[in-house]
Design a protein around this ligand. Structure first.
Ligand code: NIG
Length: 390
């Protein structure tokens, strides 16, 4: 039997545990602290000075749980910088570029797609992300959706089947036939590689009934439910997600009072994707009202080649604080415990004993610097998985 291996991260100036029973306030902050991680699990959190097999000196910096990025589309090929450039010159975003990425992805060898996913995961890990969700959605046929998920599953347990991302061109005018394919043959082929199912419920993508059909088929197949909704305008997405018991409804950029009320009375997490609103020149969501109403919120990167080509959760924190009127503490919770709630996980996003030993050491004395110093690479060291999670 292999011997246990422990590591102590010591001399931590400010430790965010996200466990109010361990430290001060909702973030459970400890000062002059250390964390001992044994065989990948938090074994001890408390005053500095514990011993272990290995030792990392945090040199008085801030340490927090690794970020939980609950919404990405990392399996893709091709480049849409031209579309972004046109958008910055005034063209609106309508999601139509998904087909451009679909063509490029279908034409790319599996080994190359896998290499691209690895590069993006490496980038995300350097930026502090330790748990990540990856969607399909750039295959849009039976073989390529299943292939995208098979690749995603090599790297994370949080894989989402998004066959209902956009109508592929060969189904133009036949959306219901395509939904039938998604709910049957495509779902069967994708099911072995997926934990979740998702649909893009939006004008120009899929309507309420089509999205409901996808969620119901996924549920019957044993998948967890999530939904893209209310990205480009108000619509049925949020209320459909609540009605169906989705773990999360993602974007939530345009919300009515009734949407906020529905979220507040549910356990569906409202996941904001502020880097997408940045990159598509959408208004920012009114996070303040959603939080004040009592809903659980998360923030995710939405890394994809069209609406949000970033893996930086720090960038998302800075936008959420500056533009969405979240406090810095709320933004930190949204990228840790919020992301974990959106994935229905209680082993990540916090540093209580028994939790996953996923941590970020900052090049900064406090978590406030993540919003105070936007654009500065403050992630000194990320400890724990991405990529080896499964
Ligand atoms: O979450 N909204 C739909 N899907 C992605 C965008 C995909 C793309 O433009 O390629 C999103 O923003």
């Amino acid at each position: 039997m292999a011997l246990a291996h422990s590591i102590v991260i010591d001399n931590i100036g400010s430790l965010i545990t996200n466990d109010p029973t361990i430290g001060e306030g909702p973030l459970g902050i400890l000062t002059d602290a250390c964390v001992v991680v044994t065989d990948g699990e938090v074994e001890f959190v408390g005053a500095a000075g514990a011993t272990a097999d290995d030792h990392i000196d945090a040199e008085g910096a801030c340490v927090l749980p690794g970020f939980v990025d609950s919404h990405t589309h990392l399996v893709f090929a091709g480049d849409r910088s031209e579309e972004f450039t046109t958008r910055m010159a005034g063209q609106p975003y309508d999601g139509g570029g998904i087909r451009v990425t679909t063509d490029a992805t279908r034409a790319t060898e599996t080994s190359e797609l896998d290499r691209l996913v690895r590069l993006r995961l490496h980038e995300a890990h350097r930026a502090g992300t330790t748990t990540i969700e990856i969607k399909s959605g750039y295959g849009l046929n039976v073989a390529d959706e299943a292939r995208s998920l098979e690749i995603a599953k090599r790297h994370t347990s949080e894989t989402t089947f998004l066959g209902a991302h956009l109508l592929p061109s060969d189904y133009e005018g036949r959306a219901d036939d395509y939904i039938d394919l998604v709910c049957n043959e495509m779902l069967s082929a994708s099911r072995p590689h997926a934990k979740w199912i998702d649909a893009f419920c939006e004008t120009g993508a899929f309507d309420e009934d089509q999205s409901r059909a996808v969620l119901e088929a996924g549920k019957a197949a044993g998948l967890g439910l999530r939904l893209h909704g209310n990205q480009l305008g108000t619509g049925p997405g949020v209320q459909l997600a609540v009605e169906c018991g989705c773990a999360s409804v993602d974007h939530c950029t345009h919300l009515t009072d009734a949407d906020i009320e529905a979220l507040a009375g549910s356990d569906t997490v409202a996941t904001f994707l502020p880097a997408a609103d940045f990159s598509t020149r959408q208004p920012y969501p009114d996070a303040r009202r959603v939080i004040d109403a009592g809903a659980t919120v998360a923030i995710a990167s939405n890394c994809n080649p069209g609406s949000s080509y970033t893996t930086s959760m720090s960038f998302c924190i800075a936008i959420a604080v500056r533009e969405m009127h979240m406090t810095i503490d709320e933004a930190i919770q949204a990228v840790t415990t919020g992301g974990a709630a959106a994935l229905r996980r209680n082993d990540v996003g916090h540093l209580s004993p028994g939790a996953a030993g996923h941590l970020v050491i900052l090049d900064a004395p406090s978590h406030h610097h993540l919003a105070y110093r936007p654009g500065v690479p403050l992630i000194h060291h990320t400890i724990g998985p991405l990529g080896s999670e499964v």
